[in-house]
Each structure stands twice: as structure tokens, then as C-alpha cells.
Design a protein around this ligand. Sequence first.
Ligand code: UDP
Length: 483
Amino acid sequence: MVLMADQTIVLYPSPAIGHLIAMVELGKLILKHHPSSPKISILITTATFNVGSTTSYINRVSQTNPSIQFHHLPILSLPPDSTNSSNHHEFLIFQLLRLNNPSVRNALQTISQTSTIKSFITDFFCAISVLQVTENLNIPTFFFYTSGLGALASLLYFPTIHENAINTIKDFKSFKDFDTHLHIPGVPPILASDLPKPMLDITDKVYHEFLYCSANFHRAQGIIANSFESLEPQAAKAIRDGLCVPDAPTPPLYCIGPLIADRAEGKEVHECLSWLDSQPSRSVVFLCFGSLGLFSKAQLVEIAIGLEKSGQRFLWVVRSPPTEDKTNHFLAPPEPDLSVLLPEGFLDRTKDRGLVLKLWAPQVEVLNHESVGGFVTHCGWNSVLEAVCGNVPMIAWPLYAEQRLNKVFLVEGLKLALPMEEVKDGFVSACEVEKRVKQLMESDEGKVVREQTSKMSEGAKVAMSEGGSSLKALSELVALWKE
Ligand code: UDP
């Protein structure tokens, strides 16, 4: 049966760049493999603050995929006192998305005047507020989870972790200083204090947003995850077996990844790619920390010393240190002054084997360059998938969100990364940077990670080829939307 053109699937990504890209790529994937599928409409949230440079990406996709319709929702701004309620930027995102509800409803009503909405796919960050809109309008709703299955298993299991804590610990307030291990089905044991920061402190409002969100996954028709079966088989099995949600049915899980941004084509070649052209094969360590990763000046100095002492070639993205201003959570940081931030003479002494980039690198292109042989990453899930697809082994240095969990899964479970160990409160010494970078590039431990990465890189290709697990899962979904 061929689908009628007056049917639509609506995608509703969270505005953060790492979330948005994966969902837009899902739209592209549907159209590529199922050209007779319903039309794809994507609702774009615009805020008065910047959440990563999404505009150029969206413009590029609109030009190359004219059949995808982008609906730009009316611009939003948060009430002036919003930053007082919680220190976590996730709380601001939840709040912002709640304010979006009337516009989402309007957009859905407008779309349904000319087309039947067969399905609504929402980022889990948006899901918590938007479910009431889509349930009201009777639109089948799927949750899209932008991180890995290990993190998803942990999120689904969070209400159980919470219940256990309040039932067994007198006056339970926070997991922050807990050095006990949590045993979450399908993943290696994790320290309670490694839970994402917004899920640590029961007295913080954002904790309850996550709890509510975790406890409401069962309302989805299905969970779509940006991962692939052979990457995280144990977590996939635990989720499907219902072990992560003991008290309610778990919706079907569809792994349709890895979804990563296409390399930009036809643009000028970035200076770092020309520089990489002149470096030996697999010799360069790339250091880049997602859309929001920032370090103090003291930490930048330690990294510089460690890199210099390691003797390895490197490509390093440097940003200005964070400010204390909470209203600045999402603003692009100012351009860093390298002469002030890095040790005196560092750039000159390392100029033959290192390149420092300010603010941003074309990461997907870099990770696919032949000269790159290692990646020091903050463990954001897109970065992880991009490294796997580029066949680049990692050193895991988590900074925020679910990244401390991802580090455990990558290092202890999947063996795709070596750990970067902190001294205290996330601070890493120059010695550790030197040791880990050398270990990855020169030692047997590095070789093990490299070999495992190669295997998974192949696994990713197979999953995304005709008959592969991810494309099969996508076909199942499209068949479901045809019903
Ligand atoms: N990114 C990039 N250049 C940079 C930093 C980040 O292209 O200098 C891209 C990266 O390739 C990835 C996304 O931004 O696609 C970051 O997503 P991720 O999930 O890794 O981390 P987040 O920013 O969500 O913490």
C-alpha cells in the first residue's frame, strides 16, 4: 500500500543542537528510505537565547531537502525570574517547552486542516509537557530519545531508584555524596553520584521534572532511540524485557541509529581540515567538548601542559571559561583570548604538531579525516556516535547531562573509551592528560579500544545498510504509521 501524500508525521525536537540534529536526520532518513511515506513537518522552537548554532544547519537541510517542512514556532522568552527556581539549564528547557504548548497545538491544528497527522514524534525533553496536547488531539505519540540505550535504561529505572532511596534511607535528600553503586538492568553498575546532576537532589524542582518524565514513558506508542542493536545489546534486551520499568508496560523500542549530521558539502574547506591533510595517518588527537563544554583557565592550562608533554599531535577546540551569570546559560561564549588563557609560549612551542581552534570545529568532518586517531570527548551521545562512525577511539571526560553515565558505559561496558580520571570536582591534572593521551595513541590498552571501535564502526554501517537492524526498525515504524 502506498501512503497518501496528505498524511504527515510531525517531529518536535528540543532546541539544543545535539537534540535537534538527530531528529532532523531522522526526518531525512524516513524520506530517503520510504519516499512514499507521509510528509515530514518539523516544529522548530526559537528562544530569545541561543542554544547552539542551529540556524545554518536548518538552512542547509531546507535547501537540500525541500520536501521537509520546517514550522518555526513563535519566539519564546522565559519569565525574568526563571533562573531562580533551579540552577540547572535543563529546568529552563523544561519551562521553555511548557510555554510552547499553545503554539504546538496551533501548529498541529493548522497542519491537520490539510493533512492527517499519522504520528507525532517528540524529543523526551518536550514530551513531558506536550503529551497533554497530543493526547487531547488523539495523535499517536512516540518518544525520541537522543542519547544511548544505557542512559535510557537508567532514565526508565529512575522511579525505582527514587523509591528505593526514599524507602531505605532516612531523610533522603540527595545522591550527591553517595558512593554506593546502583544496579540498573542492562548496564554496568554506576555510582549514585554519577547520575545526571539534575537527578541528584530531591529538593531541586528539576529532579521532579525528570522523575515525572521517567514515570510517563509508558504513555508513548513507542520509544525511538538513536542507537543500534549491536552497539548496546544488553541495555536493549533489559529495556525490552521490561526490567527497567517493573510496574508498567514498556513501549516497543526502535533503534534507528546512528543518526548523525551529514558532512557539509560544497562549502569552503575549514582551515583545520587543510592542516589535518598535512598530518600523518591516524596521528592526531582531537579534543572537543560538545556545544556547551567550557573549562576554567586553570583547567585549560593543565590540558595544554599535558598535551605538550605527551608529544602527540593534537587539534584542540578552546572556548572562554564559564561566567557565574546564570542568565548566560545558553549564550555563545565570547571568543577566547588564547594569549591570556594558555601557558606562555605554548602555541609557539607546539606549532609543528598542534592546532588550537577557537570556539567550534567541523566535528563530523574532523572525525572522518584520515589523520585523526583519537578523540578526547565530553561523552555527549552525538559525539560518541560520530566517533564510532568515524572509527576514532575515545578518551572519556564527561562534563554535564548524562555524560558521567555514558563514560561508565563506554569504558566499562562497551570498551570504546579509556577513562580520563579527575582529581576532584571534575578537575583533571596535566599528568592525567599526558598519560591518557599517550595511552590511547601508543599502548596496548589503546589498541584494545581501537580494535573494538573498528568493530562497532563496521556494526554501525551494517545497521544502516539495506536489511540492517536500524533500517528494519525504521520500516516497522513506517508500516505502523500506514495502518
Ligand atoms: N559540534 C561541532 N563542533 C564543535 C562542538 C560540537 O560540530 O566544536 C557538534 C558535534 O559534532 C555534535 C554536537 O555538536 O553533533 C554536540 O552534540 P553532543 O551530543 O555530542 O553534545 P551536547 O552538545 O549535546 O552536549
